[in-house]
Ligand binder design. Structure first.
Ligand SMILES: *Cc1c(COP(=O)(O)O)cnc(C)c1O
Length: 393
């Protein structure tokens, strides 16, 4: 084991500096809490960026991993496997209506990549329409569907055929989808873009536009999926069903897994797409345990109830520098009138880990197993830290 501070200096020496680093070394977690290498405790509203919904150190996942690791870890998609079969059946049983077939991969970006390729295969068209402020991942295809200039610019030219419409403008979306469009790719609640829920009208317009043009509707529920918003999937709030659903993050309790769930319109012929690690029995065992845990513990209802508790307690006490509170279940955005970065650092010093979403929004994605007292503590810390005097515009 490293002494306190040592992991930081070793990482700084040997890792490529891809990430804007926070000066905290996390070494352990239990439920909604994590500990750093100095023994400090934090309430973890980062949760691996919305990954650790069933909590850190989840026993069911640890046991599933260890027993599967003793049986068989790897089994490529060219063979069948019992654990993978059980996971695919489980995913079909919780999926929105008709999305009964799945493709398993290793990350969110890979699931978006796969959905784009499947849409081009199914329609024979090149076009992909997505929303401004949307985020779909960092690989070149997923990045092509991602609007943010800072993420894209250095890597251009990106994939041709991609275009953007303003979020929550149904008319613009209807205009943009046509006979060249393979897919419309949308987050039902934009995460990275600042916790912005899509309106029912926007999602319905997306469904209509796709149906009229013969295009496929893809919902990116990588961040919103698996109970985060108070339903198993966020699209259930509006009863709009996509043709494909992209999933990852919370799907396997923190073990890397991505998935595309698709309806009968998507039938990629064998040999056109693939993956070495995707859907290996080890991660499938973890995902099965994680999803069963979510179902047994009713984490959908828990996210809705605790999200409401958070709002009830925080909204009447909003500090002046807060411009808006946006929230669906335990997907929470606190938009400030100023840059959020210094406040995120101050929150960490006060024992609450939070994420930025853009320059002014503090994003909270706590584990859905977070306790009532811990939610209340998060509110207390937010009120105190964001209420401190200092520069406000
Ligand atoms: C995190 C995220 C992705 C990318 O997932 P990775 O696993 O980081 O590739 C894509 N879309 C949304 C909505 C996300 O939140």
């Amino acid at each position: 084991m490293f002494s306190p501070g040592a992991a930081r200096s070793v990482e700084r020496r040997y890792a490529l500096e891809v990430f804007p680093k926070r000066d905290i070394t996390l070494v352990e977690g239990r439920g909604a809490e994590v500990h750093d290498d100095r023994g400090r405790r934090y309430i973890d509203c980062v949760a691996g960026i919305g990954v650790a919904s069933i909590g850190h150190g989840n026993r069911a996942v640890a046991e599933a991993l260890s027993s599967q690791a003793r049986r068989i870890v790897t089994c490529p998609g060219i063979f069948y496997n019992d654990t993978r079969a059980r996971l695919l059946e489980k995913l079909a049983s919780i999926a929105p209506p008709g999305l009964t077939r799945g493709f398993l991969c290793n990350s969110g970006a890979e699931s978006v990549e796969a959905a784009i390729k499947f849409a081009r295969l199914a329609t024979g068209r090149p076009g992909v329409v997505s929303a401004m402020r949307g985020f779909h991942g960092r690989t070149l295809g997923a990045l092509s569907a991602t609007h943010k200039k800072e993420y894209r610019q250095a890597f251009e030219p990106l994939v041709p055929g991609f275009s953007f419409v303003p979020f929550n403008r149904p008319g613009k979306l209807l205009d943009a989808v046509g006979e060249e469009t393979a897919a419309v790719v949308i987050e039902p609640v934009q995460g990275e873009g600042g916790i912005r829920p899509a309106s029912a009208e926007f999602l319905q317009a997306a469904r209509e536009a796709c149906d009229d043009a013969g295009a496929l509707l893809v919902f990116d529920e990588i961040q919103t999926g698996f109970c985060r918003t108070g339903r198993m999937f966020a699209c259930e709030h509006h009863e709009v069903t996509p043709d494909m659903l992209c999933l990852a993050k919370a799907i396997a309790g923190g073990v890397p897994l991505g998935a595309v769930l698709a309806n009968g319109r998507i039938r990629p012929p064998p040999g056109k797409h693939g993956t070495t690690f995707g859907g290996n029995p080890l991660v499938c065992a973890a995902a099965l345990a994680a999803i069963e845990f979510m179902q047994e513990e009713r984490l959908d209802e828990r996210a809705a109830a605790l999200g409401a508790r958070f709002r009830e307690r925080f909204e009447p006490r909003l500090p002046r520098r807060v411009r808006a509170l946006r929230q669906v279940g335990l997907m929470i955005g606190v938009e400030l009138r100023e840059r959020c970065r210094p406040h995120i650092d101050a929150l960490a010093k006060a024992g609450v880990l939070a994420l930025p979403a853009g320059t002014t929004v503090i994003r909270l994605l706590p584990p859905l197993v977070i306790k009532e007292e811990q939610i209340d503590e998060v509110v207390e810390v937010l009120v105190r830290v964001l209420g401190l005097p200092g520069r406000t515009k």
